[in-house]
Write a new protein. Structure first.
Length: 270
């Protein structure tokens, strides 16, 4: 059973917004991933978004592309990512984990086999970037049968009619991509994002997370004023890249950034 709905209910009851950090599994080395996830939770993460390395991550900018390349050099496969989640669950059975990746590795494993293996490992949600909701029926069925939430992206160009259909197919939360382009690509137009989130909120009861382009505590605080979750990706992966020769340094830098964002989000939500 997915931990996501319960986590969002807890946060809403407390008047708080979710902080959802993203890192790529296996970056910079496989043995760094689980300790880094644990440290991120300690710094205030409410949900973990764990990237599955892929050779052609089309929605990701150069920062996350390089993260996938580093992980793939260590032969980090989808099955290895599930092993990492299973290892995390030995010390943390409450923090929701969402896998973010691309369809090909899931197809290779098989939808039902993947869904069952992911649920057994302790995964809560799956976001498959390159699978349109209109073509997702088979995977969604397998995920739901295993108690997992299928999560979909909403873009600035998504029509309101399609927003309704996408949210109906999804679960856990709706992920609003705050800008046109790849991850880490541009500066946020906060007014436009806030207006769009308000429109989406009239069409779904799912919590709404906002990601792409949130780079610092100030932008995290601003997004927290109107979204249910703030998703941080490229800004953290840059720190991992900069500190790849020293796991202790990169962990310290990631924790510092997340703690600053946690404080800013709590202040912004209040």
């Amino acid at each position: 059973m997915s931990r996501l709905p319960g986590r969002f209910r807890e946060l809403a009851a407390a008047g708080r917004k979710a902080l959802i950090p993203f890192i790529t599994a296996g970056d910079p080395k496989p043995e760094v991933t689980v300790p880094l996830l644990q440290a991120m939770v300690g710094a205030g993460a409410d949900v973990i978004e764990l990237g599955v390395p892929f050779s052609d991550p089309m929605a990701d900018g150069p920062v996350i592309q390089r993260a996938s390349e580093r992980a793939l050099r260590h032969h980090v496969s989808l099955r290895r990512v599930l092993e990492m989640v299973r290892e995390l669950r030995r010390s943390d059975d409450v923090t929701p984990v969402v896998l973010m990746g691309y369809l090909n590795p899931i197809e290779v494993m098989g939808y039902q086999s993947f869904a069952q293996s992911a649920a057994a490992a302790g995964v809560d949600g799956v976001l498959t970037v390159d699978l349109p909701p209109e073509e997702s029926r088979e995977l969604v069925h397998s995920l739901r049968a295993a108690g997992l939430d299928p999560i979909f992206l909403l873009a600035p160009t998504t029509t309101l009619e399609r927003v309704s259909r996408v949210c109906e197919a999804g679960g856990g939360f709706a992920y609003y991509v705050s800008l046109k382009g790849v991850t880490g690509a541009a500066t946020l137009d906060l007014g436009a994002v806030a207006d769009r989130v308000r429109q989406i909120r009239t069409l779904t009861e799912l919590p709404i997370g906002v990601g792409f382009g949130i780079k610092d505590a100030a932008s995290a605080a601003a997004v927290a004023r109107f979204a249910d979750a703030v998703i941080i990706g490229s800004a953290l992966v840059k720190l991992v890249e900069a500190g790849q020769e020293s796991p202790a340094t990169l962990t310290s830098n990631v924790v510092t950034m997340l703690a600053e964002m946690r404080r800013a989000i709590d202040a912004g939500a209040g």
